[in-house]
Design a protein around this ligand. Structure first.
Ligand code: GMT
Length: 367
């Protein structure tokens, strides 16, 4: 098939899922055309079936805000006509779904039938999308999409609660490419991070408020007060500078390392003992699943789709938002040597349910 994929090109989960999906579809012989304002970060491979079309536009002094959605719509129309797209699959509703709907209507006037698949990822529904400034357009775009999918049961419920949409929502969870996310520990790297065999705790995020990164430090402080431990913080975002500054002046400073944005997260996860994700809301928690694939148990909140991914007492533990006391206690429980091996095994076992070969056919069936 000829498939267009619209996504954010950044490190965020929706862009990663869209890119990995596109690469897998190309691997199965589909022609896949990415449309975005930048080359998606994980696209960096050559494949004869993969194409990238950049949305570019002329700015003009009159515009306070450059009209990206219009430029995106025109690019979808152009690529759909030139490459005979049958489906346009948009990841993250805002503004991608609305652009696809307008493109579909434009093409219909020329007798071209472009089908829309809209995949909801999280904040497009739970935080940003439900705001009055977006809700009517998102609801309309869902109605006009041919297929709507959500990455968890929780996100499906949130969509029905927050939007005037009563159509079908297919739940297709995110997936893992085990060729990449597999425990491959590099001893020299582990030695450099934890020279005295300290336990290694990891957190990955875009350092937005919703991720509650200060809770990660709180949990780590509790762990480090009892056992020798190191904390690695991966990613970057608006909250990082302030948190890093605070951390520089605190008691655990020498055991905490801010690594910034990293391409090869699997290498870091491969030496980790525990992953921490104490988010306020998380529709799925792909970062947690990537950790579990590398045999890393998870301490998470019990919000949104997290309990679907992190099974309480099996792959780790879940707690109420902000209950860092319990999260610290649970972290220590997991890190006890006689428990850790079992938790690691169970984390990997559950992650295997989300292997790419289980999930890819679900999307292909919908197309
Ligand atoms: O976490 C973010 O805010 C980024 C966002 C995105 O769209 O890139 O992540 C959302 O989509 C991911 C992929 O489906 C999910 O794993 C994340 O849980 C979800 N984030 C939230 O719901 C906060």
């Amino acid at each position: 098939m000829n498939i267009g994929i619209v996504c954010y090109p950044t490190f965020g989960g929706s862009g990663v899922v869209a890119t990995e999906l596109g690469k897998a579809l190309a691997g199965k012989g589909h022609s896949v055309h990415f449309i975005s304002y930048d080359q998606p970060v994980r696209l960096g491979i050559f494949n004869q079936n993969l194409f990238y079309h950049e949305v570019s536009f002329n700015n003009y002094p009159l515009f306070k805000f450059a009209p990206y959605e219009i430029a995106l719509t025109s690019k979808i129309v152009d690529v759909a006509k030139a490459h005979k797209l049958e489906v346009i699959h948009v990841h993250y509703a805002i503004p991608h779904a609305a652009a696809a709907v307008t493109a579909k209507h434009i093409l219909a006037r020329e007798g071209i039938d472009l089908k829309i698949v809209t995949t909801l990822h999280g904040t497009d529904i739970t935080l940003v999308g439900k705001d009055q400034s977006y809700e009517p357009v998102v609801s309309y775009s869902l109605h006009e999409s041919d297929i709507v999918t959500a990455v968890s049961e929780s996100l499906k419920r949130d969509t029905f609660t927050n939007f005037s949409y009563n159509g079908v929502i297919h739940v297709i969870p995110n997936f893992i490419d085990f060729n990449r996310f597999n425990k491959q520990p590099k001893d020299h790297f582990k030695k450099a991070i934890a020279p005295n065999n300290e336990k290694i705790l990891v957190h990955t995020s875009n350092f937005r408020k919703v991720k509650r990164v200060p809770d990660v430090l709180d949990i780590f402080r509790k762990v480090a007060a009892t056992i020798p431990a190191k904390l690695l913080l991966i990613g970057d975002g608006p909250e990082r500078a302030e948190i890093e500054e605070e951390c520089r002046n605190c008691d655990i400073c020498s055991d905490v390392t801010f690594l910034g944005k990293q391409e090869a997260v699997e290498e870091i996860l491969s030496i980790a003992d525990l992953f921490i994700i104490p988010s306020e809301t998380e529709s799925f928690g792909l970062a947690a699943l990537e950790a579990m694939a590398c045999e890393v148990p998870v301490i998470s909140t019990n919000t949104g789709g997290l309990p679907e991914v992190n099974i309480d007492g099996i792959t780790g533990y879940t707690s109420d938002i902000g209950d860092t006391e319990k999260m610290g206690t649970d972290a220590l429980k997991i890190l006890q040597d006689n428990n850790l091996v079992q938790f690691k095994k169970q984390a990997k076992e559950h992650a295997l349910n989300y292997k790419l070969s289980n999930i890819l056919p679900l999307y292909e069936d919908l197309y």
